[in-house]
Each structure stands twice: as C-alpha cells, then as structure tokens.
Design a protein around this ligand. Structure first.
Ligand SMILES: [Cu+2]
Length: 158
C-alpha cells in the first residue's frame, strides 16, 4: 500500500512538472548586481502551459504586456501596481514585458516561449521608450543567439 502510494506520488509529481511550471519573477528596486528598477529575470524562458508569476517584492512596480509585442492569439495582461500578476503562456513566441512607471529606466523583460523567436521583428516595432527599448533589443539578440534552430525556421518561413 505504501509503495503504491509512493509510486503514484512520484508519477503525479513528475507528470505535473513536465506539463507546466510556474516561473516566479520578482519586481525589484535593486538586484544583486546593483541595477535599479529591474525584473529579477530579464530573459524568461518558458513553454506553452507555463505560468509566469510577477511578484511585488519591492513597492511601486507593475508588470504588463506591450500592445502588439506578443504572439498572435496570446491574451495580453496588465498587472496592478504593487500586486502579483500571472501571465499564462498559451502560444509560442516572444512577449515584451514592462513595468509601466519604470520602462524608460530599463525595467523590462522578454518572455521566450517554446524557443520561438519568429515574431522578433514585430516586437522590435513596439515603441518602448528609453533604456527599456534598448534592453528589449539586446534581449531579442540574446534570444536569437540562444535558439538558432527556431531562428533558422523563421528565416525559411519569411
Ligand atoms: Cu517598476
């Protein structure tokens, strides 16, 4: 009986892990490297089914998607100031994330879902001001270099 229960528990734990994860991203006034007004993770690798949870570790931040800077069919989201918010990934591709009050100071992040960078050009067209826009460009470059197969596939399609 005990062994059956253990086997069932292991099976459940491993299958739920494979199905979906919750990825926690803190909203910070300062990270360990000393950068101010930042998300705890800036290049967020995820897959369809995952939930990205933005956590208000420090005050006066929010997290939200940017208009037209997310995969086709993916629901946008907009978190309230000082509140946790979840972004459920339903489509592969890139999503630009900003903190509204600090985007021009560079408080942005890029979600890469399913190693798909095929909407990179669309995300680059989103007008994110100041340091945030520059950081999104750099993160897209980084994403492209880490997922060469998806990049090759998108070049063949375009
Ligand atoms: Cu902020």
């Amino acid at each position: 009986m005990k062994n059956t229960l253990l086997a069932a528990t292991v099976l459940f734990a491993s299958s739920s892990f494979a199905l979906a994860e919750t990825i926690e991203v803190e909203m910070l006034n300062k990270n360990e490297a000393g950068d101010r007004m930042v998300f705890g993770q800036e290049l967020i690798k995820a897959k369809v089914g995952d939930v990205i949870r933005f956590i208000p570790t420090d005050k006066s931040h929010n997290a939200q998607s940017v208009k037209d800077a997310l995969p086709n069919g993916q629901e946008p989201f907009r978190g309230k100031m000082n509140k946790a918010v979840e972004y459920e990934i339903t489509e592969t591709g890139l999503t630009a994330i900003i903190c509204l009050p600090h985007q021009n100071m560079g408080m942005v992040a890029l979600v890469v879902a399913g190693d798909d960078v095929s909407n990179a050009e669309q995300v680059l067209k989103a007008r994110i001001p100041g340091k945030g826009g520059k950081k999104i460009e750099a993160l897209i470059e980084q994403a492209r270099s880490t997922v060469p197969t998806a990049e090759n596939a998108s070049e063949q399609n375009s």
